[in-house]
Write a protein that binds this ligand. Structure first.
Ligand code: PMP
Length: 386
């Protein structure tokens, strides 16, 4: 039988694994940071209407520039993210993963490098590899915040072409403040001053869940600062595949050079527009999830788990038995036995995520009933481990 190794694939892909969060059939799945609430029925009906309308024109290619959708997304950002943006500032694609891919195809590529501060969203490195961009793993402190001095020193030393700042950060939940972003932006522009600067990407996939305001206002007068967002989390529409960016219009013009023609189907555009009509209801769910997130943090700490402060719709936690004395403190570095704990929680019917951060696991915030089931499972495993 022919295997991958027998094929003449690119050398840098040899021996590598694809992105693969387990899709297991268990009662409670809290492993991929999805929104646990199905779309409201009124929205489902509106999607059906909008898609039927779009279906009548499916013999034609869709609006290549997705003008109506980008205008709607600009309106959403302008009213919720603290800074006015317009059609020309916004670009949309099939998930923010595709946005990131288009940015790396445009600003990265062979002979160029990108840096992220790890642990962080693993797809930044994977998409870098897929686009032939070299990857630099930048540092974080033990409490998972970004150390500005260490980060700017790395940028000055290695002069990356693209800098990823994930806020709130996946998988730790850590938000990044504006001062840190500005320091990294300045360092990046200084390091590549002679070549016209470097692109700084703020990945705000979980922005709506944060205690902090959006970092969107920072794009003003900074043509190389890009903010990426998604409808997969706050809008509860991971199955839709709709991500977007906000930046200087020149960046939007630049990604046109690599986007596939008609990349965003008419069905996708119609569905996303319907979802935007129901923004208020969907943001109501976000408020419930934020309250449940804060509850998970409090209850896990009360049980003696270590928990990293979270600004996202997930929580990073470690078990007390793995790091004596660390109860309730965020930031301790526990020893690496998270695989056994992951399995033990799974044995109680709850799937959480092992992101390979030694000693830590990640749980997505579910419905109150799912969160109860998760907390019961943790309680049971803690007892078994005594
Ligand atoms: N950025 C971050 C930080 C994420 O966690 C995710 C999804 N898990 C994405 C981007 C990609 O989301 P999507 O492609 O569904 O928009």
């Amino acid at each position: 039988m022919t295997g991958i190794d027998d094929l003449p694939i690119r050398d840098e892909l040899r021996g590598k694994s694809p992105y693969g969060a387990p899709q297991l059939d268990v009662p409670v799945r809290l492993n991929t940071n999805e929104n646990p609430y199905p779309l409201p029925e009124a929205l489902v009906a509106r999607i059906a209407e909008r898609v039927a309308e779009a279906a009548r024109g499916l013999n034609r290619y869709p609006d290549r520039d997705a003008v109506e959708l980008r205008t709607g997304l600009a309106g959403y950002l302008s009213s919720t993210a603290g800074h006015p943006v317009e059609l020309a500032n916004v670009w949309a694609a099939n998930g923010s993963n595709e946005i990131i891919q288009q940015l790396l195809q445009t600003f990265g590529g062979p002979g160029r490098t990108a840096i992220g501060f790890e642990p962080s969203y693993s797809m930044h490195a994977l998409i870098a590899r897929g686009t032939g961009t070299g990857w630099i793993s930048g540092p974080r402190r033990d409490d998972f915040t970004i150390d500005v001095a260490a980060a700017t020193a790395e940028i000055a030393r290695l002069r990356p072409h693209v800098i990823f700042i994930c806020s709130p950060n996946n998988p730790t939940g850590t938000a990044v403040d504006a001062a840190t972003v500005l320091a990294l932006y300045e360092a990046a522009q200084t390091a590549r001053e002679r070549e016209g600067g470097a692109l700084v990407v703020i990945d705000e996939a979980y922005g709506e869940f944060s205690h902090q305001p959006s970092l969107l206002p920072l794009i003003a007068d900074r043509p190389l600062l890009v903010l990426t967002r998604t409808m997969s989390k706050a809008f509860g529409a991971a199955g839709l595949r709709l991500g977007y960016l906000a930046a200087d219009p020149a960046v939007v013009d630049a990604v046109q050079l690599v986007r596939l023609p008609y990349h965003l189907s008419a069905v996708t555009q119609a569905t996303a527009l319907a979802a935007l009509e129901h923004t208020d209801t969907l943001l109501g769910y976000v408020e419930q999830l934020k309250a449940q997130r804060d509850r998970l943090v409090t209850e896990l700490r009360a049980m003696g788990c270590a928990v990293t402060d979270s600004d996202a719709n997930f929580v990073q936690f470690g078990f007390p038995s793995t790091h004596p004395g660390a109860a309730g403190e965020s930031g301790d570095t526990p020893p690496a036995d998270q695989q056994a704990i992951w399995q033990a929680i799974l044995d109680h019917g709850v799937l959480v995520r092992d992101n390979g951060v030694p000693g830590w696991l990640r749980v997505s915030v579910g419905t109150p009933a799912e969160n109860d089931a998760f907390l019961d499972a943790v309680r049971a495993v803690l007892k078994e481990n005594k």
